[in-house]
Design a protein around this ligand. Sequence first.
Ligand code: KG4
Ligand code: ZN
Length: 500
Amino acid sequence: MAIEIRQATVLDLPEIMNLETASFAKDAWPEETFKSELAAKHTYYILALEDNLVVGYAGLSKLPGSDQADIQTIAVREDKRGLGIGKKLMDTLTLQATELGAKEIFLEVRADNSIAQKLYKLFGFKQIGTRKKYYQPDGVDAFIMKTDMRLKTNKEPVVLGIETSCDETGVGIVRGNQVLANIISSSMDKHAIFGGVVPEIAARAHLEALTPVLDEALEKANLTLDDIDAIAVTNGPGLAGALMVGVGAAKALAVATGKPIYAVNHLVGHVGADILDRGELKTPTIALLVSGGHTSLLVVRDLLNDVELLGETIDDAAGEAFDKVARVLGLSYPGGPEIDRVAKDGNPNAIRFPRGLTLPKDMEKHRYDFSFSGLKTAVARHVELAESKGEEFSIADVAASFREAVVDVLIKKAVSACKEFDVPRLLLGGGVVANARLREVAKEQCEANGIELRIPPFSLCTDNGAMIAAIGAQLIMAGRAPSTLNFSAESTLPVTTVQS
Ligand code: KG4
Ligand code: ZN
């Protein structure tokens, strides 16, 4: 679903009236009223279109000389609700109101329309009064709501982002789309003897690292907490105990400083990293996020409103597979860089290891999902068998063949998503992006298929606070209200929840 927003004209009246009468059965505006609204100089009406069909509309009125605007109406076709179209319409209206110089926006909403009220609250609207029995014929009250744009006209907010979802404690500071500081402390060394991230150790390390990392970020940016406009924090997905440390710290900072707080989705943060690299995110884009904690394939049509999970790993994450196979081969942790190093001298076609979830029957149910545990077992078997027979085997060949199997599946599925969804862009994120072969095959395959490949610098690919701050800044610039303090750490937060 690709939604386009454009300004409405009188020519759109028939389609608008269809939707108006379907949406507001009892109190639809008469056609004449709508016509004069569309034609008026002081109004701004917009449409949401899907395949050139009107699926929503909204309108704003702003008299010249006044610094107040009114949202006149908003409607989304019934079968298209809950897909972020209302948010997109509101994004455009509030931006237009700001550009027209409005400092406050007012609206009226039916007291029984809790869905619309929820949308307005997302944009900072608060109820300031009630008009009794305003909507006729059924005598329902109208709530009068207002939002203050003065807080949101900040075009380049300074946001401090906190990231603790796995084993990196990250604090980043951005101004708008620009990184001012990006400090990371990793507890990787502490997990090395276990060959993988131990959640309790990660959480404890976050506790110890957070204050020094925060201080260092402020120092690097040459700012004090007073200079920060808002705080953003990852509240999921990730390790529950690790997330809790960041969420607790961010809330404490918000309360102590009185600054607004934004709870941000970690995976969306990885996508936002590209904004910091090139100043914008080109959409739509397919995003392949591969790290020690996740392997996710997303289609991002709009960073704040329309992110969809196409598939993810059903067992081990890609980085985890590298770490586990490295252990089988007697290499150290983290395994990714080690396997990359050893594989350089190996033959990638020496052993044909299985490609998880690529058989026709798997492709029906798991077209964009991944599985690496079968591959890991196959490598272990191969090594055991050779050892039990007392045969020599080439670690380089095993490493190269394993790496080839992982990369093959990752890039094939990502490229096929680009084709199927007709998206000419692929963005990579996560620590596994460091993999030399992954980068090579991604480049080859994208070039061969006319796909633009985006790989942000490595410091923005691995888990970091700057990417979380970037999403916070985007939310503020889109006029979104801060999160309320009752959000919590959610280890399985879905990617559709960009802000909690
Ligand atoms: O994004 P990241 O730093 O954070 C966590 O997941 O915590 O990713 C770390 C993962 C590890 O599993 C590591 O083995 C993997 O990324 N990795 C690599 C390479 N460098 C790091 N995997 C494959 N090839 C690499 N060169
Ligand atoms: Zn991550």
